[in-house]
Design a protein around this ligand. Structure first.
Ligand code: FAD
Ligand code: PYC
Length: 415
């Protein structure tokens, strides 16, 4: 595999870019692997990467029904932050955020991590109290966030109107080293590194059944034939319930569509990420100049991976009071992704009732930011058969035992 560097760019420039190889191989599946990961989204690919890098497990296939990164990983609004309330969440999201800081160097692939700062606006007294509490919790957890007053919000976001008639801006929680990354590049970077370690990424290959011997997993049935394995990770986000059903167990997860849209590109006017959770919408500006705008999740379960007009109208209407300038923008495109929601809005990284079968899901509306930390924790669980400290609180048993990790506020998105 070509190592990307300034010298490689210069060398290829001199020979008319004839020498670039493919970033990853696209092999046909073998008959068996030690480990199968179902789902080549960010979490599946990161799991495979850390299995190889941290635990030396490299006889791995990552099986993807579409194209890699084509699920929620390539459909999200790329916000990366770790300002959650509960200790278990702060630990895994901060681990992920800190891995993002050096991910481009680690993968030798530019994931365009941009720690431009994320603010969550407080527009009701209830939010003021809630976010001040989160700032205190983050202080104890070693996560750097601060409470900022409206004047500082205005300074950081010149296009904002802080004195809206219904929802004036009363302050914000600000995380200066939070930000964004290029979503597909995160999937592509992990995929390239997995392929380099000898792992097989099998695209256009849907898992249609899970083979069991008693209560132990032995392999999968796919549209490219049967593939045997000793150990399996199900990492399919909105399709988790379907895969769990194939393995014979149920999950406390619902699947719904979450939508987003972008405007036509305009000159740079916003260099931080702003989330306005009460009026409900969030906003950042992409490198191309588009305003990236996110809305809420559908209020009913569904698998429709597309946008709808009423969501665009609702979201833009909500944001216009706080960002009047967006009323003059034309919207360019909209889309949706199927997110997997648990009751406490926290993820599941867990053993399952089937031996050798592990599951990573439930990231809902907020799992892009956690990809490196989740992959790290899931790989440790799969390699050792027991969760490490990052994954332990996110086990399936918490729903039975009532050990919920309530993040319905920090999730930041209306459900
Ligand atoms: P995915 O990327 O969906 O990957 C799962 C893969 O499994 C898919 O590629 C799918 O094709 C494959 N698969 C499914 N079934 C099968 C099968 N039977 N056989 C083989 N393969 C299968 N999070 C943030 O942190 N910040 C944000 O700003 C943010 N914004 C969002 C905005 C929108 C509009 C959406 C939809 C989501 C947003 N999220 C955000 C959430 C985030 O995108 C997800 O939590 C995260 O991408 C999930 O990653 P994943 O790898 O688990 O899932
Ligand atoms: O988790 O920060 C987040 C988020 C923003 C938009 C969707 N999810």
């Amino acid at each position: 595999m070509t190592r990307y560097s300034v010298f490689a760019v210069a060398r290829e420039g001199l020979r008319h870019h004839q020498g670039w190889g493919r970033a990853w191989r696209s092999p046909e599946p073998q008959k068996r692997y030690d480990t199968i990961i179902i789902g080549a989204g960010g979490h599946g690919l990161a799991t495979a990467y850390y299995l190889g890098k941290n635990h030396g497990i490299r006889n791995v296939a990552i099986i993807e029904k579409g194209w890699l990164g084509g699920g929620n990983t390539g459909r999200n609004t790329t916000i990366i932050r770790s300002n959650y309330l509960q200790d278990a969440s702060a630990a895994i999201y901060e681990k992920a955020r800190s891995l993002y800081e050096t991910l481009s160097q680690e993968l030798n692939y530019n994931v365009m991590f941009s720690p431009r700062g994320v603010m969550m606006l407080a527009q009701t007294q209830h939010e003021v109290r809630g976010y001040k509490r989160t700032v205190q919790a983050n202080l104890l957890q070693g996560v750097t966030t601060e409470w900022i007053e409206p004047a500082r919000v205005q300074e950081l976001v010149p296009i904002i109107s802080i004195s809206g008639p219904r929802y004036p801006v009363l302050g914000a929680i600000w995380q200066p080293r939070a930000g964004t990354a290029r979503h597909d590049a995160v999937a592509w970077g992990y995929a390239r590194a997995c392929s380099e370690m000898g792992m097989d990424i099998i695209q256009n290959c849907e898992v249609t059944g899970i083979d069991l011997d008693g209560d132990r997993v032995t392999g999968v049935q796919t549209t490219k034939g049967a593939i045997a394995c000793d150990r399996m990770g199900i990492v399919v986000a909105g399709h988790s319930g379907l895969l769990a059903n194939m393995a014979g167990f149920r999950l406390p997860v619902e699947s719904v569509a979450l939508q987003a849209l972008v405007s036509e590109p305009i000159k740079p006017c916003l260099d931080v990420v702003v989330m306005a959770n009460t009026v409900h919408g969030y906003l950042s500006q992409s490198d191309k100049g588009e305003m990236v705008i996110g809305g809420g999740a559908d209020g009913f379960n569904n698998y429709t991976q597309r946008g709808s007009f009423h969501h665009v109208e609702e979201t833009v209407r909500a944001l216009v009071e706080t960002f009047p300038m967006i009323s003059r923008l034309r919207m360019l495109r909209q889309w949706g992704g199927i997110v997997d929601m648990t009751g406490d809005r926290s993820a599941i990284i867990s053993k399952t009732p089937v031996r050798g079968c592990f599951i990573n899901c439930g990231w809902g509306t907020g799992g892009f930011k956690s990809i490196p930390g989740s992959g790290w924790a899931m790989a440790e669980l799969m390699a050792k058969g027991e969760p490490g400290p990052l994954a332990a609180p996110f086990s399936l048993s918490r729903f039975r035992e009532g050990q919920f990790i309530d993040e319905s506020v920090a999730a930041g998105v209306a459900h």
